[in-house]
Design a protein around this ligand. Sequence first.
Ligand code: CMP
Length: 481
Amino acid sequence: MSRPRFTSRTTFFVAASAAVLLAAYLFWSFEPDVRALLERRMGDNPSPSVDTMISTIKLILLGIGGYLLVRALNFFFFALAFRLKRFDAPTLVRNIFTIIAFTIFFLVTFTILFPDVNVGALFTTSAIFGVILGLALQDTLGNFFAGISLQADRPFQVGDVITMGAQRHTGVVEEISWRAIKIRTFTNHVVLMANSTAAKEPIEVFPRDNLNARVVFFNTLYTDSPAKTIHVVREAVRETDNVSQKVTPVVRIRNLGDNGVDYEVKYWAEDYAKFNDTDALIRQRIWYAFRRAGLNFAYPTRTLYVERHSAAAVRDGKDGAIVERLAAVDLFAPLSVEETGMLAQAAVRHVFAPGEMVIRAGDPGSSMFVVHNGRVQVQVNDNGRPRTVATLNEGDFFGEMALFTGEPRTANVVAVEETEVLEIGHAAMKGVFANNPDLVESLSFIMAERRQGLTSQADPGAATANSKAGLLSSIKRFFGI
Ligand code: CMP
């Protein structure tokens, strides 16, 4: 591809040189005639003078010729130097050579052709010229000096892979000129970045003569042994093309992920510019190695917890566990299945943290509770300190005293651990009592016993009997039965 370009450029160069030589030869040969012609045309007092015009034409011709000469010298000098010493001069150096050589040539020619003009003064005294030049060349000079520092530092060279710019373009460096860095990306696009921009931004370099590492990710099922996986993958990867034999690939677990065990394999590339192909080949090799070793890639998995509902609960539209819990409470043992179902439907679930108070002594209360899960303690105030009078477990009930007598709560009830309770209100209990008058008696007996636990009395038997009779009548009164 570069050969035809070279030929056409050379042809153009030779043709241009021949044309300029011819023009110069003709001009110098016929200079007296041209001068006579101009003098005749311009009259006696031409401005600019005929001499100036002749010198200007000569300057233009010599300028073009000089430029072509400098390019030719540049080509022979650097091509020769490259061939003889195997030294590849960077484009920037060649450009600087061209600029300096041409400037010197031009100034010398100018001084010879216009001996009256003081070139030094022209540059030093013209402040406006300096400002205009400075402003116009601001970016160019920035790039130029950044380019010089790049050449001096040589952080990377032609052939290295680099990642540069805000868009993180990655590619192989093709050229570092006085204006920009040129890279060819792995999609065969050319990206240019001005030297001055490159000087300000971080550039990641993967030098050509360096063992650059890459990391490829994969995963396995949790049931696959890590030791086996690591061994199998390491052997598969070290055999892959472009993976350096000098350093053994590293395979390790990087995370215990949602779907499986996440691994990474780090390898060192012989030619970093081919990393895309090598990464792909490594993934392919891992697949085949997995197949032979009976290992499996992980795929998205979820653990599902399925709750089973009893037929009765489905029918009643209530959680079956509540029905079962209430049916197991001694107090409700005489109730029919329908009545227990009705109670369950009226029950409201509450969860309390360890240490939280479910009931506070002295508060009014119009509901009772059944411990569904967990444990509570019944505590009374003993000279300013809490004293535990009972611990109630799953299936036990509390809060019945305020509910059935209308009096304030007699004690604090505190959750010992995370506890779920079922709250049953006044209305639901009234319906149950109306159908089961016997319940009132057994309830009043339990309540009497509990009361006795709250106050330590001398004759428990008599107190219980008294208390029971009193409770029975107050419950009946309160519920209107
Ligand atoms: P109530 O008075 O509504 O609120 C506090 C509850 O603690 C009370 O109802 C009883 O249910 C319960 N309770 C009080 N004393 C005892 C006890 N000795 N044994 C078990 N539970 C009790």
